[in-house]
Ligand binder design. Structure first.
Ligand code: GRG
Length: 300
């Protein structure tokens, strides 16, 4: 079993993923060199590759081969990278630091950053459609990923999150429900679809798929909770992005709604619930369990 370090979950899978990501953006001469450079800068930047690793680990938990699930791992990381590039734009979160480096629009320019997101979004579905066999399985993955990236999930959650900055923050049950409704879509949907696609590509049973889905939902919320805690308690050098912006901007965050101590307790609860969902997999889900534990105590 590979041990989770703070920056990588599993180095073997990570190498497999990084090589596949590199291959997936070897565009032909039709791609202008500045766009190519900016796509590589954003996609191949030193992120944790959590979502693609979850795809491969979910496939392994269901008895499949990691290699067979690689197209889905690449596609979900492309959607994630696109969302980060667009989220950093001046019209959205207006950030200057991402993954320890200048954000895409700072390193290149705003128009290029918008086009990088567009190119990654399109390429993600091209990879799924052309590299997954049989076609019916490819179509199922395309539909699931499109849903997770769309108006009722990633994009919808982002829209509500941006809007929430302009409405009054509250506390108590209603505020927590509103906050988690945003995070289930903005952050959780990609975690959920990552493990679902891994399961689908390993021909998971309905029961296995449901268990992975439950794990993904708990993990997504736990991840965002950890992110909000890092925004308050973390170190910029380690996290690789500006911290303290969310609370400074009056955004509703987990610490604002629950307080730091209750955040820690809820994080532990979500991690335990994620692990509980994996019980029927036994040893085969060891790596997924380690990811949940990592998310419960990550510092980057
Ligand atoms: C712009 C369509 C659109 C969506 C934006 C994902 C997202 C929605 C915004 C990114 C900003 C953000 C802080 C989202 C919460 C999810 C999150 C904490 C992303 C960072 O994920 P990590 O820590 O990043 O896995 P690395 O760099 O390690 O891949």
């Amino acid at each position: 079993m590979n041990v989770i370090s703070q920056s990588n979950v599993c180095s073997e899978l990570r190498e497999l993923i990084d090589a596949a990501l590199r291959r997936s953006v070897e565009f032909d001469a039709g791609c202008p060199s500045r766009l190519r450079e900016a796509v590589e800068y954003s996609l191949l930047a030193p992120g944790k590759r959590l979502r693609p690793q979850l795809v491969l680990m979910a496939a392994q938990a269901c008895g499949g081969e990691a290699g067979d699930a690689l197209p889905a791992a690449v596609a979900v990381e492309m959607i994630h990278a696109y969302s980060l590039v667009h989220d950093d734009l001046p019209a959205m979160d207006d950030d200057d630091l991402r993954r320890g480096r200048p954000t895409c629009h700072n390193q290149f320019d705003e128009a290029t950053a918008i086009l990088v997101g567009d190119a990654l979004l399109a390429r993600a579905f091209e990879v799924l459609a052309t590299e997954i066999k049989p076609a019916q399985r490819a179509a199922r993955c395309c539909a699931e990923l499109a849903n997770a990236a769309g108006a009722t999930a990633l994009v919808g959650g982002q829209a509500d999150d941006l809007a929430a900055q302009y409405v009054e923050n509250g506390s108590g049950g209603g505020a927590l429900d509103r906050l988690e409704s945003i995070h289930r879509r903005k952050t959780g949907a990609l975690f959920r679809v990552a493990v679902r696609m891994g399961g689908l590509l390993a021909q998971a049973t309905d029961g296995q798929l449901q268990a992975l889905d439950t794990y993904g939902q708990h993990l997504g919320l736990a991840f965002q909770l950890g992110d909000d805690l890092l925004d308050v308690l973390g170190s910029e050098g380690e996290v690789g992005k500006r911290l303290g912006k969310d609370s400074g901007r009056g955004k509703t965050t987990y610490p604002a709604v629950l307080g730091v101590a209750d955040c820690q307790a809820r994080l532990e609860l979500l991690v335990a619930a994620a692990c509980q969902a994996l019980e029927s997999f036994g040893e085969a889900a060891g790596a997924l369990r380690e990811v949940a534990l990592f998310i419960g105590k990550r510092t980057n």
